[in-house]
Design a protein around this ligand. Structure first.
Ligand code: NAG
Ligand code: NAG
Ligand code: NAG
Length: 135
């Protein structure tokens, strides 16, 4: 069986920005990237756990795209002004998983920006195909 490629994105995403002149970078809210993908992050709880929904704009089969749930942690160690975080997206329209890791920055113009990297794991039918399963 051929594994459909679920989505393509540039390796380094600049997701931003949802409010101007913030002193702290706050993960909560609506984010958009250069490719038109967007996500909404719900409140981060006292242990740093957050959930959200990821709306990708790019997929191997664009007609199947559905908003997909995400679950992550923000690191709460001080200082929390420009926190690190990570989350997993459970693609609801494919059998793949993506993990993101990144940091929430306030840039020189006071704009909040997420700098992230991701790994996409596609399902393959057997261990012999493992070599090509992670992008
Ligand atoms: C995903 O995109 C759809 C279509 O524009 C929109 O209705 C929905 O609110 C978006 N979801 C999120 C979590 O941004
Ligand atoms: C969010 O992303 C979805 C999926 O790509 C897209 O249909 C929708 O228009 C986007 N929403 C906004 C407000 O950009
Ligand atoms: C994760 O995705 C699978 C496949 O779409 C779905 O069955 C499952 O309910 C999803 N989990 C959550 C927490 O949404």
């Amino acid at each position: 069986m051929v594994q459909a490629t679920p989505f393509f994105m540039v390796l380094s995403l600049a997701l931003g920005a949802h409010s101007l002149y913030a002193e702290k970078c706050n993960l909560i809210g609506y984010w958009k990237n250069d490719l038109g993908s967007n996500m909404t992050i719900s409140p981060v709880d006292e242990k740093g756990i957050f959930t959200g929904l990821y709306n990708t704009s790019v997929a191997g089969n664009p007609s199947k795209i559905q908003p997909s749930p995400l679950l992550g942690f923000q690191n709460l160690k001080n200082p929390v002004d420009q926190p690190t975080f990570g989350f997993t997206v459970n693609w609801s329209f494919s059998d793949s998983i993506t993990v993101f890791t990144g940091q929430c920055f306030v840039d020189k113009n006071g704009k909040e920006v997420l700098k992230t990297m991701w790994l996409l794991r596609s399902r393959v039918d057997d261990i012999e195909n493992d070599w090509k399963a992670t992008r």
